[in-house]
Ligand binder design. Sequence first.
Ligand code: HGY
Ligand code: MN
Ligand code: MN
Length: 396
Amino acid sequence: MAEIGATGNGGVNRQALTPEDTRGRQVLLEWAAKRGYTAAIDPIGNLFIRRPGAHPELSPVMTGSHLDSQPTGGRFDGVYGVLAGFEVLETLDDYAVVTERPMELVVWMNEEGSRFPPPTMGSAVASGAMPLERALATLDRNGVTIGDALAVQIEQLPQLQRRPLGTKGHVYIEAHIEQGPLLEAENCDIGIVKGIQGLHAYQVEVTGAEAHAGTTPMRHRKDALVAATTLIARIRSEIADPEDILRFTVGRFEVAPGASSTVPGKVTFIIDLRHPDPDHLLRTGERILQFCSGEVEHCAVSAKILLQSTPVIFNDQVVAMVREAAERRQFKHMSMISGATHDAKYMAEHTPTAMIFVPSEKGISHNEAENTRDEDLAAGTQILCDAMLAVMSAME
Ligand code: HGY
Ligand code: MN
Ligand code: MN
């Protein structure tokens, strides 16, 4: 998979619904077809690869993650969970294990939200947290909509069954790299993930007036860049958290018209705000929205909410079964809350859900240097297999 969209710097650029994303999905579907698994797609482009069980009418034990990446993404974010899940299905085949329930591997569409903000879009739409029409109308920087890009991708995928939104499972367990430093720092092999912190995404528009860089006096300018940077600095100082638990990021910042001799007339940027406490997240979000309205440095400011996902706590029975699997295999493990967001947060709304983490070297992720050792990847895959089999008959 890492060859598809390889950046030549050790990472991948396989953004949602690009030819690289399509290629990755084609390869996985080829592997699935060889194994006789069926494949379905829902209206927002989430893929469901199904290994049959003895009782097809029973709800499936599910796993999954995403194949789309950040522009300078690593080889493991998302991909690991997809390949670990596929490895579980194949291993059960190789050992001729007939499971009571079907097993399904989900490949979520646009988890990263880098080409089409916000993140976890496919799982948000599937769970009803985001209207399908709004997601399909989302534009990339070149004015391409998700709807159009998805139609092109579906054309290039093999024939797929259609599935409505809202697939529920018996249980959903997602394997993922930690993307942070805790497991390595504690010298642990496995993270027993109890939940995910909340995430708010806001799109802010700052509107000034384009003007000539040489002739326009500074005092007459409505410089959208000056206003936007002043606003971001003001917000940062206003919400600064001495305990360093709050996460405030502006990673996408667009200046128009982007010409060096024209005073910027418009700046659009996205705020990514995260915190494990729902009230603190909401209050901080409200303060930010107050800052992002009215006028700053003679420019008009407005903001719209792209995503407000509240912190989630996973099903304690499923979490306990993941922990038991790690104990039985004598892997050193620790419980944790995920700082990164994942599609599992939306599955958790209607399906008993948990996650398994494996260590990230130096906690590096969303970076081409992202790395995890083979033995850690294998350990996580083993726990995923054990836990998926354990929940098969449990969890009525
Ligand atoms: O942003 C995230 O937390 C995820 O890696 N997309
Ligand atoms: Mn991810
Ligand atoms: Mn990511």
